[in-house]
Design a protein around this ligand. Structure first.
Ligand code: NAD
Length: 282
């Protein structure tokens, strides 16, 4: 049986720390979340962040725009928040309406308020090893590895997925931690030889059961970022958990792995933004 890398435990530790620091401040940092969709998972995710924020003393201000909001109106809302001295962190929840240029909207988030590393300039800073906020999910993967003291230096890390918010930043951060990194993606004809060769396997593809027990070994550490709903409408990751758990050294569960750590990091980053601090991501 594998070691279970418990994201809830890490999340609690981060949130407790954030809470006590905010209590000492005596003032509430403000996190603004721009929501322009009726998509159920997006709305649920925003409610989870809002609840978690309030528990640690962060005010979550949901800017609930219509799913038919026009480009100019959404840009104006983000610009307003960017100039509002009482707003410390900004997230633009996806999906946004199809006419919205999401990169243009994200570019309006000042880097010091860009607590989910969404502005393309934050990405540029991350890839140049300059201080910035990294995407929270990528930071969560690294946080889990660090918390459980999983060695990255000299190890072979295989990242499945190359998105700008997960795969690419995780790969870069692992590289920075001295891992030898392979990135697999939808154009990789067969994941098996790469996965089998991984010391650390980070899976962020959004495909249930993408990784099975034949693709891993007794020394593999598996970080499952994926979130999917199975036929029973249960939340599952990208890894076929039951058989894989029996075959590997350590694994994150879904739910209870990367997700709660991501939320906690968004809160920590909001506090850091309030304090005027960004950090080196690794
Ligand atoms: P995305 O759709 O932007 O990217 C998916 C990536 O997976 C792509 O780069 C694609 O090339 C790759 N891919 C798809 N099918 C593949 C296959 N068969 N083999 C190899 N690679 C394949 O998704 P994303 O935003 O990067 O998110 C990835 C997953 O992580 C999703 O399930 C998402 O819901 C989840 N997620 C979880 C959290 C969290 O906090 N737990 C946060 C963000 C995203």
């Amino acid at each position: 049986m594998a070691q279970i890398l418990d994201g809830k435990e890490i999340s609690k530790q981060i949130r407790d720390e954030v809470k006590s620091k905010i209590e000492a401040l005596g003032e509430k940092p403000v996190l603004a979340i721009v929501l322009a969709t009726k998509n159920e998972s997006a709305s649920t995710y925003v409610r989870i962040i809002q609840k978690a924020a309030e528990k640690v003393g962060i005010k979550a201000n949901i800017i609930d725009l219509s799913e038919n909001v026009g480009h100019d109106e959404l840009m104006a809302a983000v610009k307003n928040l960017s100039e509002d001295t009482k707003t410390h962190g900004i997230i633009i929840q996806t999906p946004t309406p199809k006419d919205i240029d999401i990169d243009e909207a994200r570019s309006l988030i000042p880097l010091e308020k860009d607590i989910d590393g969404a502005n393309p300039l934050s990405a540029g800073k991350l890839f140049s090893n300059l201080e910035s906020f990294a995407p929270a999910t990528a930071s969560a993967v690294i946080e889990i590895l660090k918390y459980y003291q999983i060695e990255t230096s000299g190890k072979h890390a295989v990242v499945v997925g190359r998105s700008r918010i997960v795969g690419k930043p995780v790969a870069h951060m692992l590289l920075d931690l001295n891992a030898t990194v392979t990135i697999c993606h939808s154009g990789t004809p067969d994941l098996t030889p790469y996965a089998q060769n991984a010391d650390i396997l980070v899976v962020a593809a959004g495909k249930a059961n993408l990784i099975n027990d034949k693709q891993v070994g007794p020394n593999t550490v598996v970080i499952d970022v994926g979130t999917n709903f199975n036929d029973q409408n249960e939340l599952v990751g990208d890894v076929d958990f039951e058989p894989v758990e029996k075959a590997v050294k350590a694994i994150t569960p879904v739910p209870g792995g990367v997700g709660p750590v991501t939320t906690a990091i968004l809160l920590k980053n909001t506090l850091d933004a309030y304090l005027g601090q960004t950090q080196k991501p690794t």
